[in-house]
Write a protein of this length. Structure first.
Length: 312
């Protein structure tokens, strides 16, 4: 029934499928399945370009005769410039890059990458005790299974706290692990200079993605406003141009709220992207654009899923 209804709506108003990538690189360990190897990414974009017209999120949309697509990246990893952009430019496919400004500014790894490294690379077998007055707990960490549980539990908890508490937790984890908090070349964010080079490309649009990549639903309205407006202000200062696009960190329905949406609308963002699956239509709220996450899929599977996305 739902698919039949979607089919009728799509014939009435052809859908726009917005694709969500994070990284284009090859990793030994990819805990969150964020990376697509360069050769796979090229094959995917070749199939996309052959199947659908690709439009830009930073320009007015005009009616298209059939389904169309848009390509987006979240976070602001350096491999977006090093690996993704040359492929996009060679195939003349535009993309929007949503940038977490605080990591560009600090040069620090994204917190989920730090968390993964500290847990996985530590040689400590002693339990880890989190000292926090609200969410303190102790986890055994002697075996691989126990470390996996520690990592999963900490990720779920750390995602729901404010940036100050998150930093305190990572400092505690670093002390327990006996490892310094450092930025690996394989996991580093863009620098300001690299961001400017990315923004200069004819195939790139830049959007904001908060200052600290914190789940907005976990913050009060004032803190949300600073994350939203602060990220745009930093990006505009570095680039010398308006930033009119935004995407919610994590972006599932529980990760932002009606307050988040109202703040983005009040800030004047032209469009705001979520991580809620679906297709865009004329009637889609521009502050709640649905997107489909793309994984390390072979070209044939990517094309099959693309067809499914266009029918949803």
């Amino acid at each position: 029934m739902l698919r039949a209804r979607a089919g009728l709506l799509n014939r009435f108003d052809p859908p726009l499928v917005v694709l969500l990538y994070h990284r284009v690189c090859t990793l030994e360990r990819d805990e969150h399945r964020l990376a697509v190897p360069p050769a796979v990414f090229r094959a995917q974009i070749e199939r996309l370009r052959a199947r659908l017209p690709v439009v830009r999120l930073d320009r007015p949309w005009t009616p298209w005769p059939g389904p169309a697509a848009a390509v987006t990246f979240d976070d602001g990893y350096a491999d977006n410039l090093e690996h993704a952009l040359p492929i996009l430019e060679s195939l003349e496919v535009p993309a929007t890059f949503f940038i977490t400004s605080g990591n560009v500014e600090s040069g620090r790894e994204f917190w989920w990458d730090e968390l993964d490294r500290l847990v996985r690379e530590s040689r400590r077998s002693a339990p880890f005790t989190l000292d926090d007055q609200h969410l303190g707990a102790t986890w055994p960490a002697a075996t691989e299974v126990e470390r996996s549980r520690l990592l999963a539990d900490l990720h779920g908890r750390i995602k729901r706290v404010d940036p100050a508490r998150r930093e305190a937790w990572l400092d505690q984890l670093s002390a327990w692990a006996g490892l310094e908090r450092q930025t690996r070349g394989s996991h580093r964010p863009l620098t300001v200079d690299e961001l400017r080079r990315l923004a200069a490309s004819r195939c790139a649009a830049i959007g904001a993605h908060t200052v600290t990549h914190t789940r907005l639903a976990s913050l009060d309205p004032a803190a949300q406003r600073e994350e939203i407006r602060g990220s745009r202000a930093r990006l505009e200062g570095w680039l010398g141009r308006p930033v009119t696009l935004f995407s919610f960190p994590f972006g599932e329905r529980r990760d932002f709220s009606g307050v988040s949406v109202r703040l983005c609308r009040a800030a004047g963002f032209q469009r705001t992207a979520t991580n809620v699956p679906g297709a865009c239509h004329r009637w889609t709220d521009p502050q709640r654009l649905p997107r489909h996450v793309v994984r390390d899929w072979p070209a044939e599977e990517f094309e099959r899923r693309l067809a499914e996305f266009a029918r949803s």
